[in-house]
Design a protein around this ligand. Structure first.
Ligand code: BES
Ligand code: MN
Ligand code: MN
Length: 453
């Protein structure tokens, strides 16, 4: 297997480069044809890797790519999930090399989607190819790569519900998360959920002269800023009534266990160029970004932002606000609590609308399962170290849906690093991580097949 990888290293990377050159930005309809081109590319590579029935399943949005190889119905089946769509690359001017012209610098591939998730799901296609070409597959494999993850997986839910037989499997394997570092491999056992809303505050029926009306009529920007500021108290806690009601506190043992993961606060601050961190009192930085829920403004706009000064009292102000959720919080409930609270604190001088966007459920995977054990052993084989179980801060909403609809648990075997700059300019993925992933994945199949017997 390792020999096969060695012999094909350059080709694997060339193929990834071809995939990265396709700007499959799901959020922007200008890229619709490119998104499809990426799906077709993935389909063809699945066929070339030796999988059967590689097909594009159409949806009202972007297509879902599916393929499978059933070697023996009595063997366990692994369902690989990933996404071939990427986040918009804006702002382009902050990229050191163009986002869709993959470039290697310092042993890393720079391109939009290099880590999230093209570089990561492509490892699975190459790992399957290697197994098929050498010792054969120890498990059956089904592969489902979607094109709408970055915009909320709107149509994947329906596809899953309607294709339960097709997707029947024993475990879902996903590489779309991170490890602590290349020296300290880790396995995520949980992801946060998401609730996302857009709010708009309207004052007067038109923009006004701020000298003639200012001081007497609500300024929607002033009002919105004040309302947003009131959403956190002095301890960094979210003030929405009921927000924490369902949040379960971890036991001291669980917190101690999580705190064992190596973390260097000084290095963290240096990397981000900040003098200090900030967050909920009583929790460590790692806890704030994993086991605690949060509320963040993602964008805010209104009024005059052109050159020079314009003395205007704007008619409208808006913001996009996201909340990361932890187990037992549901996006519907939290969106509801947010909406009620935000409406209740709006002064009578303005009207307020709250529009919910996509959301997602939090997810935890049990660590005392054969699935987790197989993944842990795979890391041990390839990295020479046991991976540390961690809780991740990001969201892959579809994992909770897989569990609900298919009754299958997901294993989050990601190989990225926080430094890979996902969703940011200059996203990258280490060559080490790409190849190490391809090496690690077959060990999972091997151990899983053995443990399931
Ligand atoms: N791969 C990420 C999620 C992720 C990143 C998990 C790093 C753990 C570590 C995924 O593509 C993503 O960006 N998810 C979105 C949610 C989605 C609904 C847009 C997110 O977390 O913001
Ligand atoms: Mn992703
Ligand atoms: Mn992403």
């Amino acid at each position: 297997m390792t020999t096969y990888l060695e012999a094909n290293k350059q080709r694997f990377l060339d193929e990834l480069f071809d995939l990265l050159r396709i700007p499959s930005v799901s959020a922007d309809s200008a890229f619709k044809a490119d998104v499809r081109r990426a799906a077709e590319f993935v389909r063809d590579k699945l066929t070339a890797a030796g999988l059967d029935k590689a097909t594009l399943y159409e949806t009202p949005g972007h297509p879902i790519v599916y393929a499978e190889k059933i070697v023996d119905p009595t063997k366990p089946t692994v369902l690989v999930y990933g996404h071939y769509d990427v986040q918009p690359a804006d702002p382009y001017e902050l990229w050191e090399s163009p986002p869709f012209e993959p470039t290697i610098r310092n042993e890393r591939v720079y391109a939009r989607g290099a880590c999230d998730d093209k570089g990561q799901f492509y490892m699975h296609i190459k790992a399957v190819e290697a197994m098929v070409a050498t010792d054969g597959l120890p498990c059956n494999v089904k592969v489902m790569i979607e094109g709408e993850e970055e915009v909320g997986s709107d149509h994947l839910g329906m596809f899953v519900t309607e294709n339960k037989d097709l997707l029947k499997a024993d475990v879902i394997l996903i590489s779309d998360t991170s490890i602590i570092s290349n020296e300290t491999p880790s396995l995520e056992m949980g992801l946060r959920g998401l609730s996302y809303v857009e709010v708009q505050v309207t004052g007067a029926n038109r923009d006004l002269h701020s000298g003639v009306y200012g001081g007497a009529v609500a300024n929607p920007i002033n009002v919105l800023a004040q309302m947003i500021a009131s959403l956190h108290d002095e301890n960094g806690r979210i003030t929405i009534p009921g927000f924490y009601d369902k949040v379960e506190d971890l036991t001291d043992e669980e917190r101690t266990e999580l705190a064992k993961a190596p973390f260097d606060l000084e290095e963290y601050k240096r990397d981000l160029g900040i003098k200090d961190v900030m967050g909920e009192t009583g929790y460590s930085t790692n806890e704030r970004t994993s086991i605690r829920p949060t509320l963040d403004v993602n964008g805010i706009w209104g009024g005059y932002i052109g050159e020079g000064a314009k003395t205007v009292l704007p008619s409208k102000a808006s913001a996009k606000i996201s909340m990361r959720l932890v187990p037992n919080q549901t996006p519907d409930e939290i969106t509801d609590l947010f909406t009620k609270h935000f409406l209740s604190i709006a002064p009578p001088g303005v009207t307020l609308t709250v529009t919910p966007h996509h959301g997602g459920m939090p997810y935890v995977t049990p660590v005392d399962s054969v699935e987790f054990e197989a993944a842990s052993k795979a890391f041990e084989d390839a990295w020479g170290k046991k991976p540390i179980p961690t809780r991740g801060g990001g969201s892959i909403p579809i994992t909770a849906l897989f569990e609900k609809e298919l009754g299958i648990k997901s294993i989050l075997m990601g190989f990225g690093l926080d430094a890979d700059a996902l969703h940011s300019p200059n996203e990258s993925y280490g060559l080490f991580n790409f190849y190490k992933g391809i090496e690690t994945i077959p060990y999972f199949y091997k151990h899983y097949a053995a443990l399931k017997q």
